[in-house]
Design a protein around this ligand. Structure first.
Ligand SMILES: CC(C)(COP(=O)(O)OP(=O)(O)OC[C@H]1O[C@@H](n2cnc3c(N)ncnc32)[C@H](O)[C@@H]1OP(=O)(O)O)[C@@H](O)C(=O)NCCC(=O)NCCS
Length: 365
């Protein structure tokens, strides 16, 4: 049984929920972001729901868990919930922050304080889960010193009945709890551009264009593996934020800066922090060829990566026959490094050799 406690960290006090919180809790429950990412909350959320919550919170303590209101300078700013320990002593936490208190570290500080308190009570493992599309919550988990332990595919249902992936995080009492700085930080202002092309994170609206591009003969000729279905591409688009904040890869749509239309795709993938290495991959719609779009896109991405990440080597692999792609890489500052024999499986059962290219942080190769 966890002892009833009041915790404090910086300007935050974490205490038991009380009747005086009801109005602010109701406003938080009615917020669309809360409703989206906490689909089990009643909707529309009423004052009675908030009152019921306060009553349930008291029971949660009796059942071995904990429920805190997070107050900032005395005012309601959010909540942290702790499940009763499972039979192996692990507990799960959940949290929310009032819309007016978001974006200034309230969730991170509250989660850190509760986690440390749980360790002080002898808990050895704290878990939390966040929707793969809930990028703010994924950031909170990482900033609060939790480690990703896997993506649970189709684990939960959204409010409109769609199955969605959830990411499992854990923090052990033995872990340092230090925040790993994001290996792939966000773009300042949300995108990169040079006046001709814009690079923006792939979104759901890009899925149909991406599928059409991948079916074009000159793209298909150099694609590896079977063509993805629209459903698979949509899933990929929904996970763009998750892959980015966890430092695994960046999936970007290339837009024509003038019209805003989807022109192609460029990605940074196979990120290996211990080597400081990653790989670029790309495809352009046939109707946008011959205007230097891809050279610009690759250059923008690689210049950004060397300026904003610890990456040292950025590689690319091209089919030996793909002359257009070789030209892009040469113009974007890459040098030919080596040949991989029979790397790419082709549709006709043969395999093509692959040229590996590299651009180094130092500019030399
Ligand atoms: C998730 C939530 C608790 C975060 O609260 P918060 O107090 O704003 O969190 P913090 O300020 O500690 O950290 C938020 C981080 O997410 C980042 N972030 C927010 N929205 C983002 C987005 N769309 N894309 C990328 N990063 C985003 C912020 O920039 C910040 O990271 P940074 O410090 O590296 O800049 C809040 O958004 C919320 O209550 N959401 C609804 C309920 C919910 O989702 N609960 C969690 C369920 S698992």
């Amino acid at each position: 049984m966890l002892p009833r406690a009041v915790l404090s960290t910086g300007s935050l006090v974490l205490r038991a929920p009380e009747e005086a919180d009801v109005e602010a809790m109701t406003a938080t429950g009615r917020d669309p972001v809360t409703a989206r990412f906490l689909p089990l909350l009643p909707s529309p959320y009423t004052e009675q729901d908030a009152r019921d919550h306060v009553a349930r919170a008291a029971r949660r303590w009796e059942e071995g868990g904990a429920e805190f209101t997070v107050a900032e300078n005395g005012a309601y700013a959010g909540a942290v919930r702790v499940s009763a320990p499972d039979r192996w002593g692990a507990v799960e936490i959940g949290y929310l922050v009032a819309p007016w208190a978001r974006g200034k570290g309230v969730a991170t500080a509250a989660v850190r304080a509760v986690t440390q308190w749980l360790f002080d009570q002898g808990v050895h493992r704290v878990e939390l889960q966040a929707g793969a599309e809930n990028v703010a919550s994924l950031r909170v988990a990482l900033k609060a010193g939790f480690r990703e332990e896997g993506r649970r595919r189709d684990a939960r249902e959204t409010r409109d009945g769609r199955l969605t992936d959830h990411v499992l995080f854990g923090r052990l009492a033995l872990d340092s709890g230090d925040e790993a700085p994001p290996y792939l930080p966000p773009f300042e202002g949300g995108e990169l551009g040079d006046g001709v092309v814009r690079l923006v994170p792939m979104g759901l609206g890009d899925a149909g264009h991406f599928q059409r591009m991948m079916a074009q003969p000159s793209v298909r000729a150099y694609a590896v593996g079977p063509a993805a279905t629209l459903e698979e591409i949509e899933r990929r688009c929904r996970n763009t934020g998750y892959w980015w904040v966890t430092g695994q890869r960046m999936e970007l749509a290339i837009r024509d800066a003038e019209s805003g239309a989807f022109a192609g795709h460029v990605q940074l993938m196979q990120v290996v922090p211990v080597l400081g290495q990653a790989m670029v991959g790309y495809s352009l719609l046939e109707e946008y060829r011959g205007r230097g779009f891809m050279t610009r896109a690759v250059r923008l991405l690689v210049d950004w990566a060397f300026a904003h990440t610890p990456l040292h080597r950025i590689t690319a692999g091209t089919d030996v026959a793909n002359e257009a792609s070789h030209a892009v890489l040469r113009r974007a500052g890459f040098a030919r490094e080596c040949l991989h024999h029979e790397l790419f499986p082709k549709g006709d059962g043969t395999r093509a050799d692959d040229i590996q290219w590299v651009r180094l942080r130092s500019g030399q190769a």
